[in-house]
Design a protein around this ligand. Structure first.
Ligand SMILES: Cc1cc2nc3c(=O)[nH]c(=O)nc-3n(C[C@H](O)[C@H](O)[C@H](O)COP(=O)(O)OP(=O)(O)OC[C@H]3O[C@@H](n4cnc5c(N)ncnc54)[C@H](O)[C@@H]3O)c2cc1C
Length: 556
């Protein structure tokens, strides 16, 4: 191969990315086809295909520009004639992408209860670009809109919600969510930012500092603050909405600086000082923490997991197409068994994550529509934390594998989307709950709530649909083994703190396997299961090469 044909092969790889990545996503379409009635599915497919084309044609190229160091957001504290604005200035490509994202309905749909399938599909498609520059603002806006819709007094809701669900990016208010303070992010109960009643019976004045404020350009901030005279810890926190401006001027806040971040760079994340900002409570202040976690954070955890699934899909598409076109030692690298195994592992992790996160999406849809059962609510409580935890590290792993498949080219910023996906995936691991904090939360929930029965029942029911009874029996016995260890973790505090994360890793992957079996994705399920089985010996598995070949043919 000479330099010309090597470049032609790279160009063929570049051109291989589908124009409509929704239409070519067999598994996603099958999931939606099973979950939705014909009318809802038809409307969603039309919306998803139109947006998928925008992601490829508009958002991808825009993100490639505004995510580069030279074009990052900048603090613009004063306007041209010296008035304080606390604004953030963005490259025009950022607004171009935002216009397409908002027009898709991703955010506007939050005005209607029970649109989780639509929103997850659109966010997944957006995340094929690793596009946290808008995925994060969209997620924060959806969380705030849901909090207002579900928890606020009607007057507060009607005052703030319409601007959040406006599909026109130029006129819409974006939402932000500020919980973290310098003395603690995970430990929200350590918040000291204060909310003092303003004296009119309706509003509060917020003072203090928030340390991580993404969407620093937002028109409305969701904010937790300690209500004067309230109890210590999380019980003393209220949830508030703070408009960015009052009568056209900054509402009692100043942006100290924007942070220089490893990933999600297109997004403006700042440190903000509040000094008497006017705030409206979202529901009774004594229920503030419940709203912050149960509505806002859980929405973000679900959407972060959806984003991770989208990144994994993109990483697999990039790597498998590259392996097809790239030659080394006289043959396409996809012919090397070692590369094929890597691709198969990526394909099954991507498929497992997609099925897991859409199982969660089904629960989100029913909870938001008010049709969820008591078991749904318990299962959601487990799944939302596990899925965010599991998918955020799996996304980093899968993107890392894709970079390996592309070799040196995989590390070059302008060569592919992968460096951006990798940097963003690492941020996804931290925000909305770090790994250990989510694991501790799940263990705590298992101790307090009757989740185990629901979990056992739901996963075993998925396996009833498995076509291969021997494999289904293997999953059941592995699940039962993992549940035994969980039982000990629940009963013995010290043991749980040391060992629960290992059992949760196993249960998470086995849940992915179970949902794959339920969906009839037998090849992906069996590959994922074998890879996760502790005593699996690939060198003794004569079916491995044939299974990998079959798998890669169906996972395109
Ligand atoms: C790019 C970016 C943007 C962000 N944007 C926002 C935003 O807009 N709004 C916002 O509120 N926050 C935001 N965050 C903050 C983020 O949510 C926090 O970083 C996160 O919650 C963790 O808090 P921390 O950084 O204080 O870590 P810490 O709480 O100090 O944790 C440090 C380490 O200790 C571990 N740890 C802590 N407690 C326990 C425990 N009980 N058991 C075991 N291990 C534990 C953690 O897992 C972690 O590994 C953002 C973060 C990033 C990176």
């Amino acid at each position: 191969m000479n330099t010309t044909s090597a470049r032609e092969a790279l160009a063929a790889w570049q051109d291989s990315f589908p124009v409509d990545p929704y239409a070519s996503d067999r598994q996603l379409r099958a999931i939606l086809g099973r979950a939705l009635d014909a009318e809802r599915l038809g409307a969603l497919e039309e919306r998803a295909s139109a947006f998928a084309r925008q992601v490829t044609a508009v958002i991808g190229p825009a993100a490639r520009r505004y995510e580069q160091r030279l074009h990052l957001p900048e603090l613009a504290r004063y306007d041209a004639i010296g008035r304080r604005t606390e604004a953030v200035a963005f490259d025009s490509a950022y607004d171009e992408a935002g216009t397409a994202v908002w027009a898709s309905g991703l955010v506007a749909l939050s005005g209607r209860p029970g649109t989780a399938y639509e929103q997850a599909t659109l966010l997944y498609l957006l995340s094929l670009e690793g596009e946290a520059g808008h995925a994060c603002p969209a997620t924060c806006t959806i969380g705030l809109a849901r909090a207002l819709r579900r928890s606020a007094d009607p007057a507060v809701r009607d005052r703030f919600l319409p601007a959040l669900v406006d599909p026109d990016y130029a006129t819409a208010a974006r939402g932000a969510q500020f919980l973290t303070e310098v003395q603690g992010g995970s430990d929200v109960g350590a918040n000291i930012c204060e909310a003092v009643p303003a004296g009119d019976g309706d509003t509060y004045r917020i003072s203090g500092e928030k340390w991580f404020c993404s969407v620093a350009d937002a028109g409305q901030f969701f904010l937790t603050a300690r209500v004067t005279g309230g109890p210590a810890g999380t019980r003393g926190l209220g949830s508030f909405v703070v408009p960015r401006t009052i009568d056209g001027s900054p509402n009692g806040f100043s942006l100290r600086r924007l942070k220089d971040k490893l990933g999600t760079r297109g997004l403006a994340s700042g440190e903000i000082d509040f000094d008497g900002a006017l705030a409206w409570p979202i529901g009774p202040v004594e229920h503030g923490f419940r709203t912050a976690v149960g509505v806002v954070l859980n929405t973000s955890r679900w959407m972060t997991a959806v984003g991770g699934a989208g990144m994994m899909r993109r990483a697999f598409l990039e790597a498998s197409a590259y392996a097809h076109h790239r030659e080394a030692f006289g043959r396409p690298i996809e012919e090397f068994p070692a590369v094929r195994r890597t691709l198969a592992d990526m394909a099954t992790a991507s498929a497992g994550s997609l099925h897991l996160v859409f199982a969660l999406t089904g629960l989100e849809d029913r909870i938001d529509a008010g049709t969820a059962s008591a078991e749904d609510i318990l299962f959601h409580r487990f799944l939302v934390n596990v899925t965010k935890y599991l998918l955020s590290w799996q996304a980093t792993d899968v993107v890392h594998s894709a970079i390996e498949v592309l070799g040196g080219n995989g590390t070059i910023e302008e060569f592919s989307v992968l460096p951006r996906l990798y940097r963003d995936a690492i941020v996804y691991e931290s925000w909305e709950g770090t790994h250990n904090v989510l694991v501790a939360q799940v263990l705590n929930d298992l101790r307090r709530l009757p989740i185990m029965d629901v979990l056992t029942d739901r996963l075993h029911r998925c396996l009833d649909r498995a076509g291969d009874p021997a494999l289904a029996a293997s999953v059941r016995s592995q699940l039962d083994g993992a549940f035994d260890v969980v039982g000990r973790c629940v009963a013995d505090g010290r043991f749980g703190e040391w060992h629960f994360r290992d059992s949760l890793d196993r249960i998470g992957v086995l849940a992915e396997v179970a949902f794959l079996f339920e969906a009839g994705e037998e090849q992906a399920a069996s590959h994922l299961l074998r890879a996760a089985t502790p005593d699996y010996r690939p060198e003794q598995d004569e079916s491995l090469p044939g299974r990998v070949d079959d798998l890669l043919q169906t996972m395109g």
